[in-house]
Design a protein around this ligand. Sequence first.
Ligand SMILES: Nc1ncnc2c1ncn2[C@@H]1O[C@H](COP(=O)(O)OP(=O)(O)OP(=O)(O)O)[C@@H](O)[C@H]1O
Length: 277
Amino acid sequence: MSDQDAVFGNRGNRDWSVVNTNGRGSIDGTRRSGPVGEGRAGDPFLIGEAMTGGYGSGPDILHDCTIAVEQGQIAVIVGPNGAGKSTAMKAIFGMLHLRQGSVRLNGQDITALNPQDRVKAGMGFVPQVNNIFPSMTVEENLEMGAYIRRDDFKATMEQVYELFPAVAAKRRQAAGELSGGQRQQVAVGRALMTQPKVLMLDEPTAGVSPIVMDELFDRIIAIARGGLPVLMVEQNARQAMMIADKAYVLVQGANAHTGTGKELMQNDEVRRTFLGG
Ligand SMILES: Nc1ncnc2c1ncn2[C@@H]1O[C@H](COP(=O)(O)OP(=O)(O)OP(=O)(O)O)[C@@H](O)[C@H]1O
């Protein structure tokens, strides 16, 4: 399999046809960068374990918080405003110094890596406020996602276009001319251009209409079922739990409830407190 055959996400025995109907293969999973430590046997694919930490020298925002996502699955983080959902994502991505706890990816301890090296190690992160460049074309924005690659990334770009046809139709337009939902798709596409092994999305549906949200969720399901694990923060807790293999309810920076999306939707306290009854 050539580098050009590479697609989003990871490797091995997954059926990529869900995302990638033309049968192109997966990347080899050997990319590594920076100091990585030993992982632990039986780890989930990505885990931020027992994370405690805050911003700068400020107080702890996260308290012994554990978030994980398994291969090919969707994990969602929900919870009230200010619960620490984005902070947990930032901690997993290395934007926050952990006073305790660790982050492990694909069996390697990456707690010591900075965000840039985490991207090289295979983490794709779309922050809450996506930093799409409005005056650049869609294509140029996507190309920026390939900055860590030395191979010909055009095949991956075509796969992003297959995944998001509305974006493909506007590839030569300035990204600033796109709708909010389309811009989110560009942001996700740009993260996919790095060929991540795991995709992290902080409120991907923020500010988009319910129809666009459904479309985006469909695509996220396709990405995960194609083998690329997805970890996301969502304000739309009910909809998120419906597609979640694993859901985490955070309250005041700590794990309050954890289970499959279905389990949590049937949990009386979760329903009453977070899902409006
Ligand atoms: N850059 C920062 N510096 C200091 N404190 C911060 C910073 N960002 C967030 N916080 C604080 O961390 C706490 C958790 O914020 P965070 O954004 O993680 O919550 P959230 O659950 O994602 O909230 P929301 O649902 O409103 O987006 C809040 O008290 C917030 O004020």
